[in-house]
Design a protein around this ligand. Sequence first.
Ligand code: GAL
Length: 691
Amino acid sequence: MRKRILTVLCACALLSGLWAQSPWFDDKDLTLTGVYYYPEHWDESQWERDFKKMHELGFEFTHFAEFAWAQLEPEEGKYDFAWLDRAVALAAKYDLKVIMCTSTATPPVWLSRKYPEILIKQEDGTVLDHGARQHASFASPKYRELAYRMIEKLAQHYGNDSRIVGWQLDNEPAVQHDYNPKAEVAFRDYLRRKYNDDIQALNKAWGTAFWSEVYASFDEITLPKTAQMFMNHHQILDYRRFAAGQTNEFLNEQCLLIKKYAKNQWVTTNYIPNYEEGHIGGSPDLDFQSYTRYMVYGDNEGIGRRGYRVGNPLRIALANDFFRPIQGTYGVMELQPGQVNWGSINPQPLPGAVRLWMWSVFAGGSDFICTYRFRQPLYGTEQYHYGIVGTDGVTVTPGGYEYAQFMKEIKELRGKVSAREDKPADYLARRTAILFNHENSWSISRQKQNHTWDTFGHIEKYYRTLKSFGAPVDFIGEDKDLTDYPVVIAPAYQMADQELVNRWMEYVKQGGNLVLTCRTAQKDRYGRLPETSFGAMINELTGNEMEFYDLLLPEEPGKVVMDGKTYTWNTWGEILKPGKDCRVWATYTDEFYEGKPAITTRQLGKGTITYMGVDSTDGTLEKDLLKKLYAQLDIPVMDLPYGVTMEYRNGMGIVLNYGDKPYTFTLPEGAKVLIGETIIPTAGVLVFKSK
Ligand code: GAL
C-alpha cells in the first residue's frame, strides 16, 4: 500500500514539475556563469581588454557598481552614470550581460560627515566610521532616504535597459545589532504595533512579573544588552524578530523602488548563508534568493590531511537545499576563484576544487554562478584576494582555468539534456523536507541547559544522513505544503502552537511520515511554557507522554540501544512514556531510567509519527533511525560515504567527491557517462545521463 502511495506521489511530482520554468532563466542554458568587475578600480583604457578576456574565457555576464556610491553620486544630489554607461556598453560589445548593484554597503564620505546620525552604534558606544564598509544603520531614516534617492535614479536610468539582466541589493546584507538611537525608536514602534499599543499585553508576553521587569509604557523599553547575560529572553526573541525585520524591510523597499522602473529585470541580493539570523527569504518582493559561499579559508572542515584545500563536503549542498525551496530557484553570487584574503590562513585550493564547487552549486539546481572577482586588486583591503586573472591583469590563474573548463563543459551539454525536473523516480521517492524556523534556535540558545548542545549541529545530523541516502532535501518554512514530501523531519522544533500541531496531525493522518525530535513543541511562540504537563502539546500526535528529560556531562555520556546496537548521548535525552499503540524502537540502558524508551513510532491514520527523544553524540543513532524508518516505508536509499554527494537535474546525475580517496560509483542501469569517470578522484566530478 505504502509503495503505491509513493509511486503516485512521485508520478505527480514528476508530471507537475517537469516543465516548470523560472520566469527569469531559460532551462536550456542550464546555468549562466559570470564574474565581478569593478570598472572604478581600473584605468578605463583597460576595460575593453578585460571584457574581451572575460568573453574569451566563456563568461556570459558581469557584475557592476557594488561599492560605487561615491562614484555614482560624488556630491549630494549630483549623479554621474556616464562612466557606468561606457562600461555597460563595452561589456555588451563582448556579449556580457550585467548584474547591477545598489551600492548601499558603501555610502560616500560626504554622507557620513554631513549626516553622522546614519552611522551604526555598537553596544559599547563605539560609533562606526567612514573608511570601511557596512557602517550605515538600516534603521536610520536619513540613510534610507538618501539610499532610496540614489537607487531610484539608478533604476530610472537602467531599469529599461535590456543589457542589464538583474539587480543585486546591497552586499551580504546581515542583521545589524545596532544601538543607534533610531534603532531603539524603531524597536519601540515595532512593539507598539505588535501589541496594539497595549503595554499589559507586552508584559504578559514577556513575563515581566518575573524579577520586577514590568513596564508601564513602551517609552521605557530599550534595546536588550548582550552584556547582561540574564536579560529577559522573551524580549530578546522580539528584538531578534525586529532586527531581522529591519534588514528585510530595507531590502524590500529597495526592491519595490527598482521594480517601479525595471519590468524585465530580476531583483535579488547576496546573502551569507547564516541560517540562524532569520532574515533570508524575509523580503517578499525579491524574485529569488542568492548566496555567497567561500570554501577554503584555513579551517579544516574537509576530509583528510588536505581537506582544508577542498572544504566541507556539505557546505554548498546545504546552502543549495536551504535557498532553493524559498522561491524555487537560486543563484550563487560569489564563489572564490582561488585564495581569499580574510581567512585565518589563506591556502591555495586543491587543483580541481574550484571546478568541484561550481558543479556542487549546479547540482543543487541553481540558475547562475558568479565568481568573486575578475582581477586581483592592486590596492585596498583585499589585495591578497585571487581573481580569474592575476595582478598583471592578464595572466589567467589556475582557478580561472577551472572556470573556463566548467563553462566549456556546460556549453557542450546545452541542447543535449532534458528538462530541469527530469529526475529518476527512486531519487524523487526519497524527497525529504526538514522543517526549519530560526526562532527555535534563537530560543534554545538562550536556555540551552547544556553547553554542549548545538541546535544546528543537531539538525545537521539528520541532513548529513539524508545526503548519504542520496536524498533530495528541502529546508522548508511553515508556509510550505508538507504534503509535497513523503517524509518531513522537524528537528528540535521548540516553539509551536496548536495550529501547527494540527497541521502535523493532518499531514500524518493523510499519509505523511513525520519525524519529530527532542525539544519539540515545548514552548509557545512567545517562548513561554504552556500550563500543561511538560511538552504535552504533541502528546496526542506522538502517543507519548514525557516523564522527564536529562542532560549529562560530556565525559560521562549515557547509552541508548536500538536493535542490539549501542549509541552514546549527553546533550539532551527525554524519557518517554509510550501510549499503547506506540512501538518502542530504542531504550536507555543505564542511569536510573534504564529500560525506558528514547524513540517511539506509531501508525496514525494513513501515515506514521516517529518521536526521537534523544540527541546522539555522533549522529550514528540518527542515521540508523532514518535507515530503519525508510526501510519500513519501502523508500529506497543509497549509502554514500561522507564526502560523496549525488544529485539529479536535467536528466543528469552529478556525483561529487570531496573525500581524500578515489570513489568508485556504480552507474544506474542504462546510464551513460558524460563527464569524468566512474572512479572519481578527490575533487573529481562525474556527470552521467540517467537513461
Ligand atoms: C565577501 C564579500 C565581498 C568580498 C569577498 C572577499 O564576503 O561579499 O564583497 O569582500 O567576501 O572574499
